[in-house]
Design a protein around this ligand. Structure first.
Ligand code: URP
Ligand code: ZN
Ligand code: ZN
Length: 452
């Protein structure tokens, strides 16, 4: 079945053009002016609209297990929210329990992810170093899972010490993979948060105070140094602070491969959100915490300069009931918040329309770079032979983000009240129209697990 998208403004990371796009099955087969059609072609008029490659969110946590229960979006609900927002590919995580092999953890995660409606792939987290881990990492790469995730925080559960982290870097570097890193110095955080708790400082505000930018920057600095020694490319997730950017910029200037990601919440929300009562402040208990307006400005600047390559959401929502487990102790509050649905509209509204980024940069940040960095070769671009993952963006539509109208399965919304312009009016995934006039079709078929 052919689909023809007519008269749209095609926005790729490198250039903008006006042409028709012909789709056959799941691929883009022709891009040209005035393509003529046969009777069996579905025509979509994209006049006055932007036609962009489907968003790729490189950082989401669906159904993440925590002591407060799993994050509230499972792969089905989270991928529905993603599609509504114009994101057609998700990169989630495989997080083994201690003692479990990576192979078993991958097998189990695949079962959990079976209901995903977007295409998807995984980063795998080594949560300990055993004498079998090196071989397991190599096997992952051989089997098409080429990116890994190390947490330098959360050391009582999934975090690694610097020594074990170095082992991971050495093996992955040698095998040609990429290590992504949650950078916060776990020991320093642990000490400070315990000190606050001992002093009776137990409200969400102290979650933020126990994870200062200096601890993030220290972990960034150490990670960069170890990666250099190990000869391994790295990708620093959810960069939130100006201090961290300084280390990243320096490493990049020296020719080291250090990619950086930030998230919409670090660009648009600040630490004033920690002033208030428990229910007002608890939605913002995320790690790293929200920073200052100065950090926000530095992040926008780093995007312009190209220091930051991608914007991921770190989508990891929890309901108020789950967050309330830490009402008398911020250390028990599950860390994370939702956002997978809003990434494109927030960056369009507060980036493109405020002249902080161009339309092409928007596509680069939300799709193209993630495709390049994580080896999603058939995605991230509107070009002949690429997957037909396409969003038709209506630039005029206005919305106010709210828990009342979002599709994320969560009773909290950190962007509540944010006004947005532009939305994913039509979403085509693998050559199928899945969202039409802003409404999801019935019978959307399951997404593909992508090996890289
Ligand atoms: O607070 C966050 N970011 N939760 C999700 C897990 C992580 O650290 O990325
Ligand atoms: Zn993290
Ligand atoms: Zn995360």
């Amino acid at each position: 079945m052919y689909i023809l998208i007519k008269n749209g403004n095609i926005i790729n990371a490198e250039k903008t053009s006006k042409a028709d796009i012909l789709i056959l099955d799941n691929k883009i087969v022709r891009i040209a002016k005035n393509i003529s059609v046969t009777e069996s072609t579905q025509i979509i008029d994209a006049t006055q609209k932007y036609v962009i490659p489907g968003g790729i969110d490189p950082h989401v946590h669906m159904q993440l297990p925590t002591p407060a229960g799993p994050s509230s979006d499972d792969f089905l609900s989270g991928s529905i929210a993603a599609l509504y927002g114009g994101t057609t590919t998700l990169l989630d995580f495989v997080t083994p329990s201690k003692g479990q092999s990576l192979t078993t953890a991958i097998k189990n995660r695949k079962v959990e992810a079976e209901g995903t409606l977007t295409d998807y792939s995984f980063h795998v987290s080594p949560v300990e170093w055993k004498n079998t881990t090196g071989q397991e990492l190599k096997d992952c790469i051989k089997n098409g899972i080429t990116s890994f995730k190390v947490y330098l925080a959360y050391k009582d559960t999934v975090g690694l010490n610097y020594e074990d982290f170095y082992q991971v870097l050495k093996f992955v570097g040698k095998a040609g993979g990429l290590v992504t890193i949650h950078c916060e110095d776990g020991d320093k955080v642990e000490k400070l948060r315990n000190k606050f708790a001992e002093d009776g400082k137990i409200s969400p505000e102290f979650h933020a105070k126990s994870r200062p930018a200096e601890f993030e920057a220290l972990a960034v600095e150490n990670a960069i140094e170890l990666a250099k020694k190990a000869g391994c490319p790295i990708y620093i997730v959810h960069v939130s602070s100006e201090l961290s950017l300084k280390h990243i910029e320096e490493a990049q200037r020296n020719g080291q491969i250090v990619y950086a990601e930030t998230c919409p919440h670090y660009l648009l929300l600040d630490d004033s959100r920690y002033i208030g009562n428990f229910s007002e402040t608890v939605p913002y208990v995320i790690s790293p915490p929200l920073r200052t307006k100065t950090d926000q400005n530095a992040l926008w600047k780093a995007i312009s300069k190209g220091t930051i390559f991608t914007v991921g959401t770190d989508h990891c929502p929890f309901n108020l009931k789950q967050k309330s487990i830490g009402v008398s102790d911020f250390r028990k509050i599950p860390n994370g918040a939702g956002g997978v649905e809003h990434r494109l509209s927030l960056l369009y509204t507060y980036g493109v329309l405020q002249n902080k980024i161009t339309l092409n940069k928007w596509v680069d940040l939300c799709s193209r770079q993630a495709a390049n960095i994580f080896g999603l070769k058939s995605k991230g671009e509107i070009a002949i032979g690429k997957d037909a993952d396409i969003v038709i963006w209506n630039p005029e539509f206005e919305n106010t983000i709210s828990v009342k109208n979002h599709h994320q399965n969560c009773d909290l919304e950190i962007f509540e009240g944010f006004k947005t312009k532009g939305f994913a009016e039509t979403v085509i995934k693998d050559g199928n129209v899945v969202v039409e006039d802003g409404k999801m079709n019935n019978n959307v078929s399951k997404g593909n697990l992508i090996y890289r």
